[in-house]
Design a protein around this ligand. Structure first.
Ligand SMILES: Cc1cc2nc3c(=O)[nH]c(=O)nc-3n(C[C@H](O)[C@H](O)[C@H](O)COP(=O)(O)O)c2cc1C
Length: 458
């Protein structure tokens, strides 16, 4: 059994995944805008030696017929939220080994500013940063908010491709890894190792110098999660760790296979991509106790949230369709994944079930032993490398996982017992170096020079 990679899904808002569980008595997410909340979550992750904490994000919100439904504010469905990169920065001081991964959008964030922000975090964290590259499912509202034109689904990936080329130029090609000398009797940086970059792409332009010197990982570990055809091609080219949304064994195994195929087509080692599926669980000392706990979560939710929540991900107003309408008839320019998932279902099925789990997979509900079995079986049958734990209530179900399920996984040799040394890339991807491997397209932009590694302050 391979050792599973484990990360924790978080979202800097009161709810996540399109559900509305904030009212549940065990859910502390309603205080997502307090530092104490985040310190506690980070401590749980680091005490359990989880590989990383992932902070998801979206810029947009839910709109049905051009209006944000009142229920969105009543149930904190989409807004308010905090900026995930800033939350990651705030957690640097209280964490030491934990990877900090956050989402940033290639649709709305200017690449030059983003390159500086992410490199700053990689410097300060000494190489613990990951970037989840998203093209933004909530594109209609996000582009309206930024006052820029809407870009359709497939073109958003063309734009993301251009974005990546510029990011690589800035992060890999502007400052050579050993440009800094910090010699008080000599020079701070070797001018021969600082290069002007120019980029004149179809979507982005830049002419100048990266604002930040080469960071411990150069490019942060690249995460990705788009599962449409375009999304998979993009992930196969750039992703180092790819999230899957969960689902039945055969579907997951197929997705894993297709993504590894895309990596091979891009000239990369298919095994170097780590595939992690979202995974939720509700643990009880007995099956009955677990079922009762889950019922309590479902009872605390407002099923009315469904229409607004589904609209946030797809722009589709399910209340406008007859319940027996097949989902296969729908089309979206927002998240194609959230349509694909339900192609064999009807509108009525979604209306009845969506509130229970939203975009997160249905939880495995049962004893710790049963949950550990489910994880091991799933990993073996699908060739997954690990799981992104998606809490049902936070921190309740996460604490249950780390105290009850994780020890069983460790006993079976399926989970690490502590952190090994090195950057997030070395630990998570198993790379022999902190920077992008030579078969990754970003590595081609790296100028010569030895990686200076992490330079301790004197
Ligand atoms: C585990 C997981 C986490 C995700 N996190 C985000 C996120 O933080 N922000 C976002 O906009 N999309 C997120 N997504 C959605 C995907 O990145 C992607 O945008 C979506 O699937 C639509 O792209 P597609 O149509 O190419 O599949 C996530 C998906 C999964 C499975």
């Amino acid at each position: 059994m391979k050792q599973l990679r484990l990360g924790l899904f978080e979202n800097a808002q009161a709810n996540d995944s399109g559900t509305a569980t904030w009212r549940h008595k065990g859910n502390k997410r309603d205080h997502f805008d307090r530092m104490e909340y985040w310190k506690n979550v980070a401590k749980i992750c680091e005490d359990a030696s989880l590989d990383f904490l992932f902070l998801a994000d979206a810029w947009g919100w839910s709109e049905v017929d051009g209006e944000r439904p009142e229920i969105c504010s009543v149930e904190a469905l989409d807004l308010p939220r905090l900026d995930p990169a800033t939350v990651a920065a705030a957690l640097l001081e209280c964490t030491d080994k934990l990877g900090l991964v956050f989402t940033s959008s290639t649709l709305v964030e200017p690449p030059y500013a983003f390159a500086r922000r992410v490199a700053t975090l990689d410097h300060l964290s000494e190489g613990r940063i990951g970037w989840n590259v998203v093209t933004t499912g909530t594109a209609e509202t996000a582009t309206a908010a930024f006052g820029i034109p809407m870009v359709n689904h497939d073109e958003r990936y063309d734009m993301a491709e251009d974005y990546m080329q510029l990011i690589y130029k800035l992060l890999e090609g502007s400052w050579e890894p050993d440009a800094l000398e910090r010699d008080k009797q000599g020079r701070f940086a070797d001018p021969n190792k600082v290069h002007r970059i120019t980029h004149d792409g179809p979507y982005f332009r830049s002419n100048g110098y990266g604002n930040t010197s080469y960071s411990p990982q150069g490019t942060p570990v690249l995460f990705q999660a788009g599962l449409s055809t375009k999304g998979r091609e993009f992930g196969g080219r750039h992703g180092e760790c790819i999230f899957l949304g969960g689902g039945p064994v055969d579907k997951l195994a197929e997705q894993v296979r297709l993504i590894r195929e895309e990596a091979a087509k891009a000239g990369r080692s298919p095994e170097s991509i780590k595939l992690m599926s979202a995974f939720s669980c509700v643990v009880g000392d007995t099956e009955e106790e677990a079922e009762a706990k889950y019922k309590e979560v479902l009872d605390s939710q407002n099923p009315e949230v469904t229409v607004a929540s589904y609209a946030m991900y797809t722009g589709l107003d399910l209340s406008a369709y007859a319940p027996d309408t097949p989902m296969s008839e729908m089309k979206t320019e927002l998240s194609k994944t959230q349509l694909e998932r339900f192609k064999d279902k009807t509108v009525g099925d979604i209306l009845e079930n969506w509130h229970a789990h939203g975009v997160r997979p249905s939880p495995v509900v049962g004893t710790a032993e049963r949950i550990a079995d489910a994880m091991c079986d799933l990993a073996e049958q699908t060739d997954l490398d690990g799981f992104l734990l998606t809490p049902v209530t936070q921190p309740g179900t996460t604490i249950d996982f780390v105290t009850k399920v994780l020890p069983i996984l460790r006993e079976r040799g399926a989970a690490a017992s502590g952190y090994s040394d090195g950057t997030l890339r070395e630990r998570l991807i198993g790379s022999s170096q902190p920077t992008l491997p030579s078969d990754h397209p970003g590595a081609a932009y790296r100028k010569h020079g030895e990686h200076s590694g992490i330079v301790a302050a004197e």
